[in-house]
Write a protein that binds this ligand. Sequence first.
Ligand code: ADP
Ligand code: MG
Length: 225
Amino acid sequence: MPDLSVDNVSKEFPTRGDPLVVLRGVSLELSAGENVAIVGPSGSGKSTLLYIIGTLDTPTSGRVTIADQDPFALDEAALAAFRNERIGFVFQDHHLLPQCNVLENVLMPAIANGAASQQAIERAGMLLERVGLQDRLTHRPAELSGGERQRVAIARAMINRPTLLLADEPTGNLDRTTAESVGRLLLEMQQQEQAMLVVVTHSQQLSERLARRCEIDDGRLKELR
Ligand code: ADP
Ligand code: MG
């Protein structure tokens, strides 16, 4: 049984006229340790699909199963907890909290009842070392370069040992050299932790690093190789 199963998912957005059909029967399966790039022109529905996989949006029809769980069957509080524990997100914009330092940002998803455990603090330190930021723990996001901010975002996404790592244009705001190293790092982290990784990207350089490539075309997802 795959650890992620997207089964015949469709998504429509209501408009004043006919609904806007963005996804038409998309299916995708992924197992632990696998990674896939999703490519396609702007507006083709890549982010919509990633948000549905990430349980941030609901499909109009079809099913998503993550680690044997139908997340959309959970109530709101249980879904938020499930998402926080199981899914790590890296967005194009780092979405770091400006008032918190690097270590605090990485710990944020691990904070329960107002405090992080000693174990979480140790893991955050280890992750920040792996992304090369062990000397930046008390810096605030404004004091980092764009590439460094994305490295913090990657460490934060990994803090709870997610089953599923999702990245939406993670290198979209970076220059070519920085994009290359951030892309490599994202893959290394996913491989080391045997998470599943779905990356939406315009970057051919990044998509070619991934084991599988899928394209969204006219609302349908097809495997490119
Ligand atoms: P991509 O990430 O491939 O550029 P998106 O998934 O963001 O594309 O968007 C796909 C299409 O769905 C676009 O035409 C966009 O305008 C539309 N869309 C996305 N989100 C919404 C929404 N919340 N309401 C209405 N239309 C939306
Ligand atoms: Mg998008």
